[in-house]
Design a protein around this ligand. Structure first.
Ligand code: ADP
Ligand code: MG
Length: 407
């Protein structure tokens, strides 16, 4: 027994020695494998960064080629509720072989309009968003972007921007895309997203995210940067896509409340959703600030034609003036004029830093296809064409980009 015991003891001791050295050997092997892996990982991450940078560059070039100011047209489908009205024949037709042209039949004569892109009546919310998506992405990269919906009341502006619960429009899709893009980049960038929302009615600015809807002023920022700011404007930091849904609902509710206080004005005011995206590159610490402004414009119909008076006429004149000045600003930008008349309306003044040089703009012109609306449809398309007229083909842009930041 004693001998057996001693022998067992020595075996156990030997075993633990053997065991210890096996473990330290295994440890060595594992740490070698880990460091090999992390080297490979570093290499992959490096390659990934390069790919991302390349993708962004190509993406920029694509947007640039398509033009920094684009005018799109969306034809509203003829809905059941439109059909019992008179003048229900369809006078607006699209060309299946040419996605940038549109034909309007008026008093027996056809007129063709050329725009950057025309969406057929059956185009889905997703298809419309796809066209805008690159711009939303570039706001994360630090660009200033404006997206406008223009057109007469009932032509689908709010449908395109806000959409319905089952079928959300650009606003929600843009924010969803923004947050998923931020998630995708989280190993390299950290982002802060803030939103504010205002309404401009009769040249008066109101905060759609504060209950009392106090009037606001646009001032020059005292920090000496020359930038504009709106003292007292509520700016909310958004953490998630769920959070933004609540904020959008608040803005919508407030717009309706202000509306009943001032006779049904939602179609006679501009509604703006302004999103700011601040990014920090985790590797270098460099920062970017992008802006995305989503604007549901006031109805463009010419109400004085129906003999409007008093308040209604003043309202109409204000709308007309601000839409005209928006057209003037976009036209001047597209023509690369040196003087851009930002100060002619609250809307363009407020959006000055997002409409200027280096920023990107999309105007979605909404039209009805029905004969009863042909007058307004022609007006909207003339507006679109006036903005579009200044043709900036890819060749012209290339010259500019030669000296710019694209090579
Ligand atoms: P606006 O904001 O220009 O006054 P709306 O967006 O409110 O016009 O549109 C008027 C009506 O037509 C709404 O009931 C809206 O849901 C509907 N509508 C507009 N565009 C479409 C579309 N592409 N598909 C389905 N319904 C639409
Ligand atoms: Mg509307």
């Amino acid at each position: 027994m004693k001998t057996d015991y001693t022998s067992l003891r020595s075996q156990v001791r030997n075993f633990s020695d053997f065991y210890g050295s096996a473990i330290s050997e295994a440890k060595k092997q594992i740490s070698a494998a880990i460091s090999e892996m992390s080297e490979a990982n570093k290499d992959l991450l490096e390659k990934y960064r390069k790919e991302v940078a390349l993708r962004r560059k190509y993406h920029e070039q694509l947007v640039e080629l398509k033009g920094n100011i684009r005018v799109l047209c969306r034809v509203k489908p003829v809905l059941k509720e439109d059909q019992h009205e008179e003048g229900q024949s369809v006078v607006v037709t699209t060309d299946p072989n040419n996605e940038s042209s549109l034909n309007v039949l008026n008093k027996g004569k056809g007129r063709i309009f050329e725009l950057d892109k025309v969406f057929q009546p059956q185009a889905t919310q997703e298809e419309v968003f796809q066209e805008i998506e690159p711009l939303v992405t570039s706001s994360i990269d630090g660009y200033h972007v404006c997206i406008f919906a223009y057109g007469q009341t009932g032509s689908g502006k709010t449908y395109t921007m806000e959409g319905s619960v089952e079928n959300p429009g650009i606003n929600q899709r843009a924010l969803k895309h923004l947050f998923s893009e931020i998630e995708e980049r989280k190993d390299m960038w950290s982002y802060t997203v803030t939103v504010s929302s205002v309404e401009i009615y009769n040249e008066v600015l109101r905060d759609l995210l504060s209950k009392d809807g106090e009037k606001l002023d646009i001032k020059i920022n005292p920090d000496g940067t020359g930038q504009l700011h709106v003292p007292g404007l509520r700016v909310i930091e958004v953490k998630s896509f769920q959070h933004i849904k609540k904020i959008l609902a608040t803005a919508r509710r407030n717009r309706i409340t202000f509306g009943t206080q001032m006779n049904q004005h939602s179609s006679r005011s501009h509604a703006l959703l302004c999103i700011t995206v601040q990014g920090t590159d985790l590797a270098t610490g460099s920062k970017t600030t992008g802006k995305l402004n989503l604007v549901d414009l006031a109805g463009s119909e010419r109400v004085w034609k129906s003999g409007a008076e008093g308040e209604r006429l003043k309202e109409a004149q204000n709308i007309n003036r601000s839409l005209l000045s928006l057209g003037d600003v976009i036209q001047a930008l597209r023509a690369r004029q040196t003087h851009i008349p930002f100060r002619n309306s609250r809307l363009t003044y407020l959006l000055q830093d997002s409409l200027g040089k280096g920023s990107k703009t999309v105007m979605v012109v909404q039209v009805s296809a029905l004969e009863s609306n042909v007058g307004e449809t022609l007006c909207s398309l003339k507006f679109a064409q006036r903005v579009c007229k200044v043709e900036l083909g890819p060749a012209a842009r290339k010259i500019e980009s030669g000296g710019g930041h694209y090579d």
